[in-house]
Design a protein around this ligand. Sequence first.
Ligand SMILES: [Zn+2]
Length: 323
Amino acid sequence: MIQSSNVNRLMRIQARPGSPVERRHYRYPENRWAQLDPDAIAPGIPPDASADLVFHGGKTVPQMEFQNVFLGGQASWLASDIDSINTAITLAMQDRRLNNVVGQFFDRGVKLTCDPRPLLVLEEAKPVQLDEPGVQRLVQQLVQQGKVSDNDLGTTIFNLLLPPGTILKLNQDTSIHGLGGYHGSVDFQQKGRSQTAYYSANVFSQRLPNGRVNGIPAFDASWKDVVGTLYHEMNEFRTDADVGEAIRKNDDSLLGWMGAQGEIGDQPINAAGEAGNLSMVFQEILSSTGGGRVPVQFLYSNAVHGAEGPIDQPDPAAQKTDV
Ligand SMILES: [Zn+2]
């Protein structure tokens, strides 16, 4: 059981190592790496079973859909970036060898699927910043105005993609201080009944013209950073869909897979940051289907007690222990 104060601290965000946002949400004892087994999984990162994900009984989504929603209109984006992001995240989420890692958090024999809906470019002025109430208003409007389908909302995530320069906020955190993205859900009335829609918000990570860093630049191109963030958030939706609701209701039983250092995407990025090398877990992997190289952020695996890249054979199922 994690303390409810931890639920509020350890949650649904991707944070840049060493940033104020990371310091606020993740705190480690000094020299923790010195006490650990020196065997490496992602080379350079020691295994740490205390970070294993624990199942709390909440919602997971083995068969999911997603829709990428690009904010700020065509004028804010390179068409080639939109294309690259859409293609790469689809390949990553469907990748057999990557799913051999994530599959451990689902019952044996359950097939992981992830189907894309047609991307949407919202024609609007480029937003200067976006906070979570703004994210939730936008998602609700998209559904209520019929700009996105309201079919299967319970298994669909709408990924809001911020254009270059737009600042993402979550309460007191901002992407200028290391926030890369987050995921959550919003409840609203639609056609006379209550609905829940799931979303992620994702920063276009880059060094801005004024020299400040927005988000988590880890690759040699911002579109790749976006895919890394999407991969992180979408797999957290898969394995811990209702974390936002768990926080709102202060109810741990709504959590899916969550460990002492956060959700499936969180410990790897923090560990790589501790080791001083983000490229340990932000890597371009060879697509299993021959689609070329795909940028992803490695996820946490209970099987190796740390970040794990693509593998040929599925990991054994993670134990569901009583919490
Ligand atoms: Zn996360």
